[in-house]
Design a protein. Sequence first.
Length: 270
Amino acid sequence: MSTLVMGVVNVTPDSFSDGGRWFTPEAGVAHGLDLLEQGADILDVGGESTRPGADRPNQEEELRRVIPVIRELSRAGARVSVDTMRASVAARAVEAGASIVNDVSGGLADPQMALAVAAAGVPFVAMHWRGHSDLMQGRASYDDVVADVCRALSERVADLCARGVGRDQLILDPGFGFAKLPEHNWSLLAHLDALKSLGFPVLVGTSRKSFLAAVGLLAGEEPRPPALRDVGTAATTVIAGLAGVWGVRVHDVASSVDALAVVAAVQAAR
C-alpha cells in the first residue's frame, strides 16, 4: 500500500509553523481545499496548538474552531481527521464528518477518549506522549528511545483495546518532537522498522519540526525557521516512504507528494 499524505490544517492562532494564517473557518476551509488540490489524501484539522509551551483552549473554543471547518471539508468530499485530545471534540467531529481521530496523547489526556473512539468505530491515531506542551520537553530522557517508545506504544495498545477500541482501528505515531531531543528524533527516524514491527500502521509527523532546523548548517549559523524546513521534511518523507509507513503528516503537501512519487518509481524499478 502506498504511503498516504495527511495535510495539516491548523485552525489555531499560535501554531509554530504558520502563526495563525488559517485561524478563521473560511481560511481553514480554503487552505484545506488547496491541500486537496496539491494531492493530500487526508486533511488533519486541529484547533489546539501542541507546540512546546502552548496554552490549551477550552472545549467550547476548540469546538468553535474545528467543527465548521470539518463540516465544510467533509461536504467537499475530503477524508478528514480531527486532531484533538478531547473525547467530546472527537465525538462532535465525527458527527460533523471526520472519519479519523488523531490524538497526540494517545488517549491519555482524556480518560473518555477510548470510549468515544470505540463507539465511533473510526481509525484512531495514538501517539507517544509524555505530557502537555508546557511539560513535555522536561521529560525528554530515555534509556533507549526506540525501545522505550515501542514499549510505551505497546502499553497504549493494550490499554486502549481493554477499553473497547479494536486493534484494527489503531494507527501508531512515535511522536517526533514531543518530549524528544534532536538525537531522539533521528534515532526514531532511523528505526521505523522497529515501530512497524509492532504490527500496526505507522504515522510519521516530522514536518517542520525543530530537529530539522540546523541539519547541514555550520556551527554558529542561524537555524532555519519553520517555513524553510520543507526540503528537510520531504527528505524524511522519502525515508518514511521507503520504510513503508501508513502515512506522513505534513504542512507542505506538494513536496511530499512529489517525494513519494520518486519512492514509488524506485520501488517499481526493483
